[in-house]
Design a protein around this ligand. Structure first.
Ligand code: C2E
Ligand code: CA
Ligand code: CA
Ligand code: CA
Length: 280
């Protein structure tokens, strides 16, 4: 052939290795789910702004890859979603978090805290999600009202009628429901009123705007007021500074999470936070 290698300009080794890498990583994740050893949950406390008390935790998954080290969920959750592995992964996350909540005594009335678990769009679509949730609660013995499921606004606002039915069956079980990353999607206020949601989680981007060179509190304040008028609790996420904490408390925001209080911690360390927690 007379043509040089230039003819194969469409062949992009970078692209190729990207695909192979993704396939490899998906295979690794499948194996990690089978063996169980590489995945673990970290827990970030939720604080009541008025009292400073810990009122619950958010469960956040971690993958300790034997070769690559820690892989962020922001990287492997999308991979799990596109390969369907999110369903077994999500089920593992749910069971592990409920088990941990029970181990921390959260089933007892004197430790009435909430364990919040993230549910991705592909899990929410899966037929039988309410059945899976009910089965995990029954197996672990966690009372339903101690579990909160977090779903993003964008997931809820697609297929709204179908989603409403799923939300209502989850509500029947008795779990709490939260809208995650609120303010970043396009909520229809009409649907928001119909959804049986207990909590709005104010996205970190609005908390960031509370401090810095040109602070802007208008959006955070509006979301807090929206939550109040809909009878929903508000949680601010990503509080890193004292000024943000003060501003949100002044606005009447109920709960908060963020590095200012604590990073997500392995179970053994998160459990230590409970030792000096006064029972309700
Ligand atoms: P998210 O649900 O919005 O979780 C909050 C993220 O913000 C977490 O990142 C948390 O570590 C981080 N964060 C908490 N406080 C602060 C702060 O003060 N400053 C900053 N800069 N960040 C803070 P993480 O753990 O890396 O999780 C990223 C996302 O991955 C989560 O966002 C969630 O969408 C997803 N994810 C994590 N764990 C799970 C899981 O078990 N299941 C599902 N379906 N998704 C998960
Ligand atoms: Ca979340
Ligand atoms: Ca969030
Ligand atoms: Ca997020």
């Amino acid at each position: 052939k007379s043509a040089g290698s230039g003819q194969f300009a469409r062949y992009d080794p970078q692209m190729h290795s990207g695909l192979v890498e993704r396939l490899q990583l998906a295979a690794d994740l499948r194996r990690a789910l089978e063996t169980g050893g590489e995945l673990e949950m970290h827990y970030q406390p939720t604080i009541e702004l008025r009292t400073g008390q810990i009122v619950g935790f958010e469960a956040l998954v971690r993958w300790r890859h034997p070769v690559r080290g820690m892989i962020s969920p922001a990287d492997f959750i999308p991979l799990a979603e596109s390969t369907g592995l999110i369903r077994p992964l999500g089920q593992w996350v749910l069971a592990e978090s409920c088990r941990q909540a029970v181990a921390w005594g959260m089933g007892a009335p004197e430790r009435a805290m909430t364990m919040a678990v993230n549910v991705s769009g592909r899990q929410f679509d899966q037929p039988g999600l309410p059945g899976i949730v009910a089965a995990v609660l029954a197996e672990t013995g966690l009372p339903a009202q101690r579990l909160c499921l977090e779903m993003t606004e964008s997931v809820l606002m697609t297929d709204t009628e179908e989603n409403l039915a799923v939300l209502l069956s989850l509500k029947d079980i008795g779990v709490r429901l939260a809208i995650d990353d609120f303010g970043t999607g396009y909520s229809s206020l009409a649907y928001l009123r119909r959804f049986p949601v207990d909590t709005l989680k104010i996205d970190r981007s609005f908390v960031e705007r509370l401090s810095g060179a040109t602070p802007d509190a208008a959006l955070a304040r509006t979301i807090v007021q929206l939550g109040q008028s809909l009878g929903m609790a508000t949680v601010a996420e990503g509080i890193e500074q004292y000024a943000q904490f003060l501003a949100l408390r002044r606005m009447g925001c109920d709960l908060a999470q963020g590095y200012y209080f604590s990073r997500p911690l392995p179970a053994a360390e998160a459990g230590l936070l409970l030792q000096d927690h006064k029972p309700a």
